[in-house]
Design a protein around this ligand. Structure first.
Ligand code: DGY
Length: 342
């Protein structure tokens, strides 16, 4: 696995493109970490977004046209649908997304247009798995309620029954999607004494499974999930995968963790289950229609909510940016992009 520390910024001399007077034009759709912008500006005629405005797909296409962009470095949250892709200037050869997820890009439209699309796998695995554990512990141990009590100056002192949560040791964690992040979550959860169940398209070899129980059918696994953690991509097929029917298969009082994408859960069903106690708690880092999450989540005491922080460490965000630039560099140099999705 590549860790953020393994990914170094290329210097100007590493990249022949930077020595050419006709540097390719690169559009950065959002503000990126300083070191990433510095490398982008050194190697490319880069159009930055210092105010970090969230542009629409049409605006991104217009900005790409303005500079005759050869490449676009986009981010999760940029809606690059078929219309936006069609509006990009013909000069654009690569869409390098600063994310592992690609659900914000119409990949079929990109493919049809002959664009290369790349993402940033591996470097955010550990940071995202760390956040999943933070959510698991925060939700199970009622951290949000405790924190709010202190901030509201409402804590009147220790009591034997105050904010009793769920002990995670000895519980069963069910992971749907046992890719890089799912495996990293399993490794951390084992250290907290959880036993691991997982469902994945393919069973892992024993050296990666490490004693976890495989369920070919995720539906069948649900009954064994005291904690359920979701780690599969958002697609048309996985939209609202966790619905009322599947929640009903979980043991009463299960805990839900989502660091994947908000659209894979049916918010209404999850909120109803949190209200009734069918779900004891939920730790959520991602939401459908971010940042306009379902307001029901905010009012519930048993939610531990983060604003899509999975990869938000300095080291990881730098590594993601350098990886995205490595992909742009490759395409500009006529080499295969290391992280090509399309
Ligand atoms: C990703 O990479 O897909 C994250 O959700 C954004 O960090």
């Amino acid at each position: 696995m590549t860790s953020p520390a393994d990914v170094q910024p290329a210097t100007q001399s590493d990249n022949p493109a930077s020595r050419s007077s006709a540097r390719p034009a690169l559009l950065l759709t959002r503000r990126l970490p300083d070191a990433v912008e510095a490398r982008a500006s050194c190697d490319y005629r880069a159009l930055l977004n210092p105010e970090d405005r969230a542009f629409t797909g049409a605006e991104i296409a217009a900005r790409a046209t303005e500079i005759g962009a050869d490449a676009v470095l986009c981010c999760a949250g940029d809606r690059l649908d078929a219309a936006a892709i069609a509006a990009l200037p013909r000069s654009v050869r690569v869409l390098a997304t600063f994310s592992v997820g690609t659900d914000h890009i119409d990949l079929e439209a990109a493919r049809a247009r002959g664009l290369t699309v790349t993402n940033t796998p591996d470097v955010l695995t550990d940071a995202t798995a760390d956040i999943a554990l933070l959510l698991l512990l925060g939700a199970a141990r009622r951290a949000s309620e405790g924190e709010r009590m202190i901030r509201a100056n409402a804590w009147t002192g220790w009591t034997p029954t105050q904010l009793m949560g769920t002990h995670v040791g000895g519980k069963r964690l069910g992971i749907v999607g046992m890719g890089r992040i799912g495996q990293a979550v399993a490794a951390r959860a084992r250290a907290f004494g959880l036993t691991i169940h997982y469902s994945n398209r393919r069973r892992l070899p024993a050296e990666l499974e490490l004693g976890a129980t495989y369920h070919a059918d995720p539906e069948e696994m649900l009954a064994a999930c005291d904690v359920l953690s979701l780690h599969f991509p958002a697609t048309a097929e996985t939209r609202h995968w966790l619905n009322a029917g599947r929640i009903a298969r979980l043991p009463p009082g299960a805990i839900l963790i989502n660091t994947a994408r908000g659209s894979v859960v049916d918010d209404g069903a999850v909120i109803d289950a949190l209200k009734s106690g069918r779900l004891a708690a939920a730790g959520l880092d991602v939401f459908e229609n971010e940042p306009n999450l379902h307001p029901g989540y905010r009012d519930l005491p048993n939610t531990f909510l983060l604003p899509h922080l999975g990869s938000a460490t300095v080291e990881t965000r730098n590594a993601m940016g350098f990886k995205a630039l490595d992909n742009v560099d490759a395409v500009m140099a006529g080499r295969p992009a290391p992280d090509r999705v399309v």
